[in-house]
Every structure is written in C-alpha cells, then in structure tokens.
Design a protein around this ligand. Structure first.
Ligand code: NDP
Length: 290
C-alpha cells in the first residue's frame, strides 16, 4: 500500500508562506503583488478556474483584477487589453484563461504577454529559457509536480523518469524540469511503442494524458513515485453523479507504487499555489527584490 502524497496540504503550506511574504512585501517594501486575470467568453469550466484563482489571491493578500470579456471579443481587442496590462506598473502578472474563443489565436495572445508578467510560463521566451536551464516563469502544473516530487524523494538525480504526455503546458515542461534535476527522462505519447513496458522502467512516473484510469497498476514499477496530473470528470454509476478521476487507475496503482498523488487533492491544488508563487516572484523581480 503506497503513501498518499497530499498535494492539498503542501499547497496550503506554500500559500501560508506566500501570504507571510506578501504581508512583508506590502509593509516593508510598499510592494503589493497584483495579477490581472482575463476571461473571454462564458465557458463554465474556465469561469470556475478563474473564480478559484481569484479566491486564492484574496486569501494570500494578492491583488487581483478581473477582466471578463464577452465571447465575440476580437483578437485585436484582447491584444489591446494585454498591451495596457503590460504597460501598467501596478500589474505584475497577467493570466489569460485558456481556451479562448475560436476567432482568437491563442499563440498570438500568449506571446503578446510580457515574458516577465507571464505567470503561466507559456510565452515562447519562457519556454526557451526553461529548455536552456535559465528558468524565468515556469508553468504552474509541472512546477507544482516537481515540488511534490522533491518533497517526497529529496534529490532526484539519476532517477528514471517517464512523463506520459507531451503537451506544451504539462508534458514538455515537466520533462525539462526533471532533466534539470538530472533525471534520465523519457517522454511517452500516443505513438510510443509498448507503453506499459516503458512505464515499468520508471522510478518516477508522471501521467498527463487526459484519459481516465489510463495507466494500469501492472505498468508501475513496485515502489515507484506516481504523479497523476490528469483531471477527468466521469459518471459514477454507484454514486449516481459525476466525480473527478486521474489518468492513473488509482485503486490498482496504490497497491504497487511507493507513493502516489490522489485525484482530487494531489497536483490540482499545487497548480493554483504555483500561480500564486509565480505572481509573487514576478512582483519581486519587477521591483528588483531578490
Ligand atoms: P493534452 O491533450 O494537451 O495532451 C495529452 C497528451 O497525452 C498528448 O501528448 C498525447 O499524445 C498523449 N496521449 C494521448 N493518448 C495517449 C495514449 N493512448 N498513449 C500515450 N499517450 C497518449 O493534455 P494536457 O497535457 O493539457 O492535460 C493532460 C491531463 O492533465 C488532462 O487530464 C488535463 O485535464 C490534466 N491537467 C491537469 C492540470 C492540473 O492542474 N492538475 C493542469 C493541466 C492539465 P500526442 O501528443 O501523441 O497526441
């Protein structure tokens, strides 16, 4: 039976520390970290995520400015708002909740955000910085996953890490971070041959696939540390309602793994906590505070 990695507790501790840091930045440096959160359209899931982020900001004393644009907003209008926010010295972080409506090119939006205010870490220059080990803003979900791994395992050097999934927001930056920690990294994806055998070689297995219960118990090396990034909503017949599950078959995996993140309560809370972390860091960087 494996140990549960409690991402919620870790995220709460991180946020407590950040709240203290925000309080002293305000008092000692007259610096009030501030994030602008931009939501375009009426996607209910996006509205829920934005609400959770804004609430976390309030708990930590981080100022947040919400910009809710309607779903007919043009790309030019959104880029104009981003330009204003880039030039506003009181705004340290800018987050545009994705996905944006189809008339807007999300890459154009991401790359219009000043890299120093890009608290999601998606700007192409932040991606490049990560790939050469000069991390600036690092994507929140992989950063939070790395924090959990380091808390659980300490030094990751020399471990075999398998990341299943190669998206720009999770899989690729996760692999880059693990490589920086001197893991031997394999990135698996939909064309990978004999994925179960690839996974069985992993001391660290990160699942970011988007398919409920995809990673099977017998794909996991006994004692491995499993980070389940997946968030999938499925209908549970026994409960007669929807519930969230990960990309790992948790019940089987917990019998084999050394430690595993649950869903919910694992990586999810770390993503928002790391957004707060990036916002505080961005504010300090822009104010020239080490
Ligand atoms: P994407 O859909 O962008 O990427 C999924 C990846 O999984 C792709 O690289 C794809 O491969 C790979 N894949 C799909 N099917 C298979 C297969 N049969 N075998 C092996 N690999 C496969 O998803 P995201 O990275 O955005 O998200 C992944 C999961 O993480 C989702 O459940 C999402 O909800 C969750 N998530 C959770 C967050 C959190 O805060 N905890 C934040 C962000 C995402 P290919 O490239 O070849 O198509």
């Amino acid at each position: 039976m494996s140990k549960l990695i409690d991402g919620k507790a870790f995220a709460d501790r991180l946020c407590d520390k950040l709240a203290d840091e925000v309080a002293s930045l305000k008092q000692d440096k007259q610096l009030s970290p501030c994030i602008a959160v931009v939501l375009v359209g009426e996607d209910p899931a996006s509205a829920t995520y934005v609400g959770a982020k804004v609430r976390r900001c309030a708990q930590l004393g981080i100022d947040s400015r919400s910009h809710h644009l309607d779903d007919t907003t043009s790309e030019a209008e959104l880029l104009s708002l981003i330009d204003d926010l880039n030039n506003d010295p009181e705004v340290h972080g800018i987050l545009v909740q994705l996905p944006v409506p189809k008339q807007i090119n999300s890459d154009a939006v991401i790359n219009a955000i000043s890299p120093d205010k890009d608290v999601d870490g998606f700007h192409i220059s932040n991606v490049g910085a990560l790939s050469v080990g000069q991390n600036n803003m690092v994507p929140c979900t992989p950063l939070g996953s790395l924090m959990l791994l380091q808390d659980e395992l300490g030094d990751l050097s020399g471990k075999n890490a398998v990341v299943v999934g190669r998206s720009n927001i999770v899989g690729k930056p996760m692999a880059a971070l693990l490589l920086q920690q001197s893991c031997t990294v394999t990135i698996a994806h939909s064309r990978t041959q004999d994925l179960p055998e690839v996974c069985r070689g992993a001391d660290i297995l990160v699942a970011a696939v988007g398919i409920p219960h995809f990673i099977q118990g017998d794909w996991i090396k006994p004692g491995a540390t499993v980070i389940d990034v997946g968030i999938n909503r499925i209908y549970d017949e026994a409960l007669e309602k929807n519930r969230l599950v990960g990309d790992v078959d948790f019940d089987a995996a917990k019998e084999v793994a050394g430690a595993i993140t649950p869903v919910p309560g694992g990586v999810g809370p770390m993503t928002i906590a790391c957004l707060m972390y990036n916002t505080v860091r961005a504010a300090k960087n822009q104010a020239g505070i080490a």
